[in-house]
Design a protein around this ligand. Structure first.
Ligand code: B4P
Length: 273
C-alpha cells in the first residue's frame, strides 16, 4: 500500500489520469491525498471533480479557494469570471451530488501517525496543530450546515487580514478560510498579504512566506496553492512540501510518495491544447 499526495489539479484531468497510471494507483490498495483546487482554469474541471468523488474512500482532499469559488457561484453568491472553466460542472446532470460532496470536504487533513498535515495554502506559525484543527472544524461545520449560504454570500474579501481569537460571526469564518486557502506571504504577527502571487522575490516589505517562520512541533506540512514556487520552499524553517507544480500553467502535476519522499511528476499537456 502506498500513500500519495497530489497538488492542485485545476481541471487538468488528462494529467491526473496519466499520473494515476504512472503511479499504478489502485483505489483498493493505495491512498490519495489531494491538496485542493480540483477545479478551475484548466480544461476539464468536471472530469477532475467526478473522478475525485468516485475515488471517495481511497482519497482525502482539502478545500482550496477555487473549490470554494465554485460552491459560491453554484449557490448564487458569486459570478463566473472570464478565465473560469467551471461551466461544465454547473451544467452537469450530477452537479447537485458533486457539489454536496464538495462542501462536506475538510480544510485540514491531520495524520497524527505520520506527523503530517495537509491544507490547501499552509499552516501559519501562530496556530498550534490543536488550534488549527479546532478552527478548521469550526469553518467546516458552517460549510456543511444550513449557514452555508450566509457564509458564501460574504466569503469574498480580504478583511480581516489577520485572524484574532476574539473575531466573531462570518468575519471569523472568512478569516479562518482565508488562512487555510489563500495564504502565501504573511507578516510576523500573522497578517496575510493577498496581492503577491508570484515567486519569492515578489514579497511585499515586511512579509515573508508562511513556511519561513519557525514552529516547534516538527510536523510535515503539505500544501498546494502557490504555483510560482514550482514545488520548492527556499528558506523554509519547517518541513513544508509544496505540491502545486503549476500543471495548469504549463508546469507539471506532481505526486509525493509519503512513505519514501519520492516525487513523481507528469508534464502538463497545456502546450498540446
Ligand atoms: N475569500 C475570497 N476572497 C476573494 N477571492 C476568493 C475568496 N475565496 C475564494 N476566492 C477565489 O479564489 C480564486 C483565485 O483567485 P485569483 O487570485 O484571481 O486566481 P489565480 O491568480 O489564478 O490564483 P490561484 O489561486 O489559482 O494561484 P496560482 O498559484 O495557481 O496562480 C497564481 C499566479 O501564479 C502565476 N504562476 C504560475 N506558475 C508560475 C511560475 N512558474 N512562475 C511565475 N508565476 C507563475 C500564474 O500566472 C498566476 O497568475 C478566484 O476564483 C476567487 O474567486
Amino acid at each position: 500500500m502506498a500513500t500519495y499526495a497530489i497538488g492542485d489539479l485545476q481541471g487538468c484531468y488528462a494529467e491526473f489520469e496519466a499520473l494515476l497510471k504512472r503511479l499504478d494507483f489502485s483505489p483498493s490498495r493505495d491512498q490519495l491525498w489531494l491538496a485542493g483546487d480540483l477545479v478551475n482554469r484548466g480544461p476539464d474541471s468536471l472530469g477532475c471533480l467526478r473522478r475525485s468523488v468516485a475515488l471517495d474512500g481511497a482519497a482525502s482532499m482539502v478545500l482550496g479557494n477555487h473549490d470554494l469559488h465554485l460552491l459560491a457561484v453554484a449557490r448564487g453568491h458569486g459570478k463566473l469570471k472570464r478565465k473560469d472553466t467551471l461551466s461544465d460542472i454547473l451544467e452537469a446532470p450530477d452537479r447537485h451530488e458533486m457539489l454536496e460532496w464538495l462542501r462536506r470536504q475538510p480544510l485540514l487533513v491531520d495524520d497524527a501517525e505520520r506527523g503530517c498535515v495537509m491544507t490547501h495554502a499552509g499552516l501559519p506559525p501562530q496556530w498550534s496543530l490543536a488550534q488549527a484543527n479546532e478552527l478548521a472544524a469550526e469553518a467546516e461545520a458552517v460549510l456543511r450546515s444550513d449557514d452555508v449560504d450566509a457564509f458564501l454570500n460574504v466569503m469574498y474579501g480580504n478583511r480581516p487580514a489577520r485572524f484574532e481569537p476574539d473575531l466573531a460571526g462570518m468575519d471569523r469564518i472568512r478569516a479562518i478560510v482565508n488562512v487555510f486557502t489563500r495564504m502565501r506571504f504573511i507578516a510576523a504577527d500573522g497578517t496575510l498579504d493577498f496581492a503577491a502571487k508570484e515567486g519569492l522575490d515578489s514579497a511585499p516589505e515586511g512579509y515573508a512566506p508562511w513556511f519561513t517562520y519557525p514552529r516547534a512541533d516538527g510536523l510535515t506540512l503539505l500544501f498546494g496553492h502557490w504555483a510560482a514556487l514550482e514545488g520548492q520552499t527556499p528558506g523554509a524553517r519547517v518541513d513544508a512540501q509544496a505540491l502545486d507544480t503549476g500543471c495548469v500553467w504549463g508546469g507539471s502535476l506532481t505526486a509525493l510518495d509519503l512513505d519514501s519522499g519520492e516525487r513523481i511528476s507528469v508534464p502538463s499537456r497545456s502546450a498540446d491544447r
